[in-house]
Design a protein around this ligand. Structure first.
Ligand SMILES: O=P(O)(O)OC[C@H]1O[C@](O)(CO)[C@@H](O)[C@@H]1O
Length: 241
């Protein structure tokens, strides 16, 4: 694993933006895995600015998001589809057909999971997968205890995850109890992984990711076994390493 230490959130976002821009421009049809949450917001803002300055085009980029809440329509302001549209897609030249998220509202979630896997396979897998880190070690919505062999599946969200994400909703009761997420094995198939971490609240999780044993009790620990992972973290996040 390569660890890049930066000063703060701003620097993390700018560095991630530069790295991702280079990866996009190296390839003819880049396949990029995207994440939601607070962590990548600064990165998305920077990518938009690069697009507006004509330094970067997303015309040939294909994206796959990690996850989506079950039960939220695409136009629900708390859905990840809405988040992606507001924070990135509507500001850049990506084609709608190229920007994929699992569908959280569908008659058959199992089929949705299988279809999502097929889409990723047909795209010849993700070139660079962006990841955030949950305080409990989740990646995507793969909570502690998720099998390392898991593919895209439906999960029951941990109470800690629902509480951490309640800040985006009017009340905790509105936070969905289920989500659909790429599995750990699906994530591990990405050719490269870029994990972003910022802030003191993630410091325990980063220390465990880097120094703990590889265990399904802490999903992110599996990244120790991927041969191309970059961890881009700020000083606060690395304060316990
Ligand atoms: O970036 P945040 O908001 O700290 O979230 C960390 C992780 O938790 C999630 O938001 C899921 O709860 C992921 O999408 C994200 O990578």
């Amino acid at each position: 694993m390569e660890i890049i230490k930066v000063k703060d959130y701003q620097q993390m976002s700018e560095k991630a933006c530069q790295l991702l821009k280079d990866k996009i421009q190296e390839r003819e049809q880049p396949v990029i895995g995207l994440a939601t949450g607070s962590t990548p917001e600064g990165l998305y803002q920077c990518l938009i600015e690069k697009y507006k300055r004509n330094e970067l085009s997303f015309k040939d980029v294909v994206t796959f998001n990690l996850d989506e809440y079950v039960g939220l329509e695409k136009d629900d302001p708390n859905s990840y589809a809405y988040y992606m549209n507001e924070k990135l897609f509507k500001h850049i030249d990506i084609s709608k057909e190229h920007a994929h998220l699992p569908g959280g509202v569908t008659t058959d979630l199992e089929i949705e999971c299988q279809d999502y896997e097929k889409l990723i396979r047909d795209a010849k897998h993700v070139d660079v997968q962006l990841l955030g880190l949950g305080v409990n070690g989740h990646i995507g919505f793969n909570e502690p205890g998720t099998a390392f062999t898991s593919r895209t599946h439906v999960v029951n969200l941990d109470e800690t995850t629902r509480q951490a994400n309640a800040r985006f909703f009017n009340s905790i009761d509105e936070v969905p109890t289920k989500a659909i997420t790429m599995g750990i094995d699906t994530i591990m198939e990405s050719k490269e992984i870029l994990l972003l971490v910022s802030g003191e609240s993630k410091s325990e999780a980063v220390a465990r990711l880097l120094q703990g044993k590889v265990s399904e009790d802490f999903p992110a620990s599996i990244l120790q076994e991927h041969n191309r992972v970059t961890i881009l973290a700020d000083e606060a996040a690395l304060s316990k390493v």
